[in-house]
Design a protein around this ligand. Structure first.
Ligand SMILES: CC(C)(COP(=O)(O)OP(=O)(O)OC[C@H]1O[C@@H](n2cnc3c(N)ncnc32)[C@H](O)[C@@H]1OP(=O)(O)O)[C@@H](O)C(=O)NCCC(=O)NCCS
Length: 148
């Protein structure tokens, strides 16, 4: 059974290693995670398997009274297609709403069809594209969803 809990600084080595696998084009360093994971305007949620290994994670920046930015969402390949990303998205969105966020924003690589389908299914719409956002030749689609 998949369970969920808040991410914390002890998770950083695992998250750094998973980032290299899931986001080879823009992995976060130890230092980036250290800065982000403890900041009060950020929230990280991790998904765990039966052995309590991290199999998915999501993070959001929600300063309150403005747009919230999704920092990351990833699920290891062996556990995809089971609704884990959907649950992680619901959890960070609920927290952003509780912080007074007015909308959710994210950047996704334009060729990442699985993620774009996920976001469209959750009510996100395409705002614009940012050329070379993830590096040379790696464009991002900016997506947004209004919050109640
Ligand atoms: C994108 C990703 C997070 C989806 O994780 P997941 O746990 O498999 O997603 P879920 O099972 O919660 O799927 C939810 C919805 O997303 C969409 N979706 C997920 N994977 C899909 C795929 N391969 N093709 C098309 N749609 C897909 C579907 O709408 C799906 O709903 P459905 O199952 O009712 O059809 C995962 O593929 C991943 O980690 N990819 C690599 C990292 C990444 O690209 N993250 C996003 C960065 S912006």
């Amino acid at each position: 059974m998949t369970t969920y809990r808040d991410g914390n600084s002890l998770d950083i080595p695992v998250l750094v290693s998973l980032d290299k696998q899931l986001f080879p084009y823009s992995p976060w360093s130890n230092g980036q995670y250290r800065e982000e994971i403890s900041a009060p305007t950020r929230r990280f949620i991790v998904a765990l398997d039966d052995a309590l290994n991290i199999i998915g994670y999501a993070g959001v920046f929600a300063p309150g009274g403005a747009e919230a930015d999704i920092l990351t969402v990833g699920v290891v390949p062996e556990h995809r297609g089971q609704g884990i990303a959907r649950t992680l998205m619901a959890s960070i969105t609920e927290w952003a709403i509780s912080q007074g966020s007015i909308a959710m924003m994210l950047e996704v690589k334009t060729d990442n069809l699985a993620a774009i389908s996920l976001y469209e299914s959750l009510g996100y719409s395409e705002l614009n594209t940012r050329k070379d956002y993830f590096g040379s030749g790696l464009d991002a689609l900016v997506m947004r969803k209004e919050l109640p």
